[in-house]
Design a protein around this ligand. Sequence first.
Ligand code: ADP
Ligand code: ZN
Ligand code: ZN
Length: 819
Amino acid sequence: MEKLFAEVYVELKHRRLDRIFHYGIPPGLTDRIKVGARVVVPFGNKLHQGYVVNLVKRADVEKIKNIKELLDERPLFTPQDIELARWMADYYLCPFVAALECILPAGLKYENSTVIALLGSDEEAMSLLNSLKFMDTEAAEVLQFVLDKSSITRANLEKKFSGKNVARAIETLVDYGVISMKQQFRMTGFRREMSAILVRDEEISSDTQALANRAPKQGQLLSTLMDKKRLPVSLLLKQTGAPKSSLNALVAKGLVRLEEDTVAGKVIRQSDRPEVIHELTDKQEQVFRRVSSAIRDGKYAPFLLHGVTGSGKTEVYLRAVQRALEEGKSAVVLVPEIALASQMVSRFSQRFGEGIAVIHSGLSRAERLQEWMRVHRGQAKVVLGARSAVFAPVKDIGIIIIDEEHESSYKQDQVPKYHAREVAKARARQHEAALVLGSATPALESYLETQKRNYGLLTIDQRVTTRPLPVVAVVDMRQERRQGNSGIFSTALFQSLENCLGNGEQAILFLNRRGFASFLICDKCGFSIRCPHCDIALTHHTKGNKLMCHYCGYQQQVVTQCPRCGSPGIGGVGCGTQQVEEEMYRRFPDLSVIRMDVDNTRKQGAHQRLLDKFGSGEGSVLIGTQMVAKGLDFPNVTLVGVISADTGINLPDFRAWERTFQLLTQVAGRAGRGQRPGRVVVQTYQPDNPAVGRARTHDYLGFYRSELARRRQFGYPPFCRLIRVLITGQDEVKVKTGAEALSKVIKKNFLLHSAAGEILGPAPAPLAKIKGKHRWHLVAKSPDAEELKGVVSASLRQYSLEFDQQGTNLAVDVDPSGM
Ligand code: ADP
Ligand code: ZN
Ligand code: ZN
């Protein structure tokens, strides 16, 4: 037989080690090592986890090391997964292993640890223990402990005996030959257990009959398994009251097979109420037909579903998923944040019952792994989840749906900083599946793709019920100030509140996240100071009293007079949720207010509790940040007040206006969900900003056109591609010189390629210091995506080889969602 070698990626996510290494396959593992399995391999002088991506006949080195251990008897990832990880590594300029680890479930992690175990029999250890008690109490204590546990990790032992000299005690015991130390890979995060599985379904029933008389316990085990097909052993024994020996007897007879399984807590799916299935409206029907025929065709077919809030998009999703199942395929449905999508979860559970898997970050590692396994085994063919569910191990995908596709939570904020929409595209291509991106306010990129005919455009421009969209009133705060009102509430907002609350209705007061950046705005003319090169609001730094652009590093002195109208009233605006709460109590002393912000929603479930409280009518007013804007549906809310649209408009981010437009539209969608019409009041110093003006008239296309023109003028996506590199570290000088060096390398390479690319920065990041670490960033941009990627990745390699990076960390962000 021909000798095979395994091509392995080692878990070290280093840019320089990001390549295949060859390993030999020891005799015991021939035929068992498969592509898609994890293995333990020696690397340097340590053992590491590795991933087998190929088996080959020839190896590229002379002295080859062997694989030490096989971790998965059944492949964990597929050749398609390898292809997807390669695509990610290439697109996001990240190490292959980092990409592959996104695809594998988070709960599945082996830890490399030193395990201490008894050598020889318990009796031998006991007799040594007796003599040690008089000679070396410390070693005796340690031995006693190991004896009790029979094996323990060194780390746990050290924790247990902290403060004592464990190292010496261990050394003594090793010398006596009573314990051994071994480097071992241990699974963390969940228990491993065996499941019992019926071997031959058809023939079993007669066996059961026969066994029921001769061996009733075995008969019972079999009939229980006939029902369930597969059960964890512990559960099976508990349910039947049968002893393990009965099960072993069945295994020996070849009727039942045991297989290693993962067990975890139960994932709760809500499916309480019976479901109403609506007949589709004409518009919904048209949209459904196009998606449905794409699923049938089995070709990659991306669509943008642009439908106003309440236009019945979810109903279309449900039908499309149903359609995919009828075709014998599976479906993936992504929502921005599962915590905010409980209605979506219950609607999908009602329709698809146990056939759906819900994957999100609120689950424990074990629960997440269980859901992952259900999908992996094909028990669930519909996956509903947040960002990471885009990697769910579904086979033969018929459709991928991304609801609220414009949401920034689809972008992962750690390396690899992937966008679920891009990954979904790549996966839909692999599976020749339909892709539906749904939104009332599509991302500019997505809408542009429909104009270029790369995506099919599906539009639903009316709500299902003829209920009109709410009236949006924009209040000009410049005028308020001129009239002598210096408070948080404008007269209009105050009166609306009085009206709403007087009628026994509820209101939501919305603050844009205060933001880390403070900016200057003129309270007389609404002028805000922006970078002349980047058209980004300048950030006010009290240190040195400077204004700075966090894109290009441009600086200027703080002004005390408005450059446009000369007014001395130029300064900061905005307030926190607490101030609004205090003002509410001052104006409406008998009222009960619910405040919701990052401080009081940190605890698990706190967010939902506050919402439930508000939903049950316990408070009349809900005050909150972003988190109140999304996914809420309270029929008794008739007023939504936006305290200051300016905070959003002036975030130091090229997407600030787009985000503000989306947010205002979404907030407006919250009002008037019930029988009574809704009203939205938006306060701002910049009523002429298109984000505010177009949201007022519910004019997506109007906003799209004006924002696209601005992006073109200043060279932002979708006309230019951006790659942002963030360098962090404790030593500011090192961080800064690192950023400057990298910037130089990229600039030089741009020149060498006579490329159209350029560099913004390096500059301190908007959050210039987090947890003691200084942060500098630079942005490479170019209209030519391929060239940009080529230059930056070559430069990163060059930089990592030539430049001392000690004490600094580097993170690459391709297509940054904001900065
Ligand atoms: P969207 O997802 O676009 O915001 P939904 O799918 O949630 O809209 O629909 C809004 C409301 O209209 C929901 O209460 C839904 O049950 C209802 N609805 C959806 N489709 C229909 C229909 N064809 N006939 C009647 N009601 C419908
Ligand atoms: Zn002014
Ligand atoms: Zn600038």
